[in-house]
Design a protein around this ligand. Structure first.
Ligand SMILES: [Zn+2]
Length: 244
C-alpha cells in the first residue's frame, strides 16, 4: 500500500508516493521496512524495496538517497546514488527519483511546473529549526530560476501536534506559536504549521500546497514511527521523480 499526493497531478509523468507499513515481506515489527539500518534482515529490505519501486515503475538504479544527518545541507544532483552529507536533494533531470527516508520526520516535496525541477527534503525538528524548507526553495530559485508562482508543495505523513511531545530544551528553540501546552505534560510541537508558514512566507499559493492529514505516531497499522516503536521501528520511503 502506498500513499500518493494529488497536488502534483497536473504533470501526468510525475511520480510521487510514500510507502506505508503495509505490504512488505519482513516479519513484525518491520513489515514494509525500507531501511537496511534498523535491524531488519537485508534480504527482506531488498525485497521490500523491489516491491515498492516496482509498483511505481521506478528502476532501483535510478534512485538518489540522501544520508539524512539532520542538517540543512541541500545538494544539486544529476545522477542516482547515495549522498551521505545532505538532507535534501534537488534536480531537473528526468528519470532521477529522489528519496526521503522517514519514520516521524516530514518528507517534503517541491515541484516547479515550469522548469520541471523538483526537490526532496527531510525535515525533523532539527531541519525545521534550521529552516531547510526555506533554504530548499531559495536553492531552487537560484539554481533553476524557479518562480514562486510555479511551485507546488507536498508535506507527507509525520509526527503531528496530536502526539509529538518534546522536552523543554527542544521546545525552547521554537516560537511559542508552534507549541501546545497541556497540564502535566511535555509540550507538543507543531512542525507542520511551521513548515507551512515557511511556504506561505515564501509566497507559495495555499492552493498549491497539500498536507497529508496523517500522524505517524497514532496510526500504528499504517506507519512506522520511531517515537512510538524506538529500536523496533522500520522506515518508510517517500519518492518524487519525473519519467521522460
Ligand atoms: Zn498523532
Amino acid at each position: 500500500m502506498v500513499i500518493k499526493p494529488k497536488i502534483f497531478s497536473i504533470n501526468k509523468k510525475l511520480i510521487c508516493a510514500v510507502s506505508t507499513r503495509a505490504g512488505g515481506v519482513s516479519p513484525e515489527p518491520f513489515g514494509m521496512n525500507l531501511s537496511y539500518q534498523v535491524g531488519d534482515r537485508d534480504e527482506n529490505v531488498t525485497k521490500n524495496r523491489e516491491l515498492f519501486f516496482n509498483r511505481l515503475g521506478i528502476p532501483l538504479s535510478s534512485v538518489a538517497i540522501p544520508g539524512q544527518i539532520h542538517s540543512d545541507h541541500i545538494q544539486y544532483i544529476s545522477e542516482a546514488g547515495e549522498y551521505p552529507d545532505c538532507d535534501a536533494v534537488v534536480t531537473n533531470k528526468n528519470n532521477l527519483f529522489l528519496i526521503v527516508t522517514v519514520a516521524d520526520c516530514i518528507p517534503i516535496f517541491l515541484y516547479d511546473s515550469k522548469t520541471q525541477a523538483y526537490a526532496a527534503i527531510h525535515a525533523g525538528w532539527r531541519g525545521t529549526e534550521k529552516r531547510i524548507l526555506k533554504k530548499g526553495i531559495e536553492m531552487m530559485r537560484s539554481t533553476f530560476s524557479t518562480e514562486i508562482n510555479d511551485l507546488f508543495a507536498y508535506l507527507g505523513p509525520s509526527a503531528r501536534k496530536c502526539c509529538y511531545q518534546v522536552g523543554e530544551e527542544v521546545a525552547d528553540k521554537f516560537n511559542k506559536k508552534y507549541l501546545i501546552h497541556s497540564e502535566g505534560m511535555n509540550p507538543k510541537l507543531d512542525l507542520i504549521t511551521m513548515n507551512y508558514d515557511m511556504l506561505i512566507d515564501s509566497g507559495i499559493d495555499k492552493n498549491k500546497i497539500e498536507i497529508s492529514e496523517q500522524c505517524t505516531i497514532c496510526n500504528p497499522s499504517l506507519f512506522h514511527s520511531y517515537r512510538r516503536d524506538k529500536d523496533l521501528s522500520g522506515r518508510m520511503m517517500a519518492v518524487i521523480g519525473i519519467r521522460s
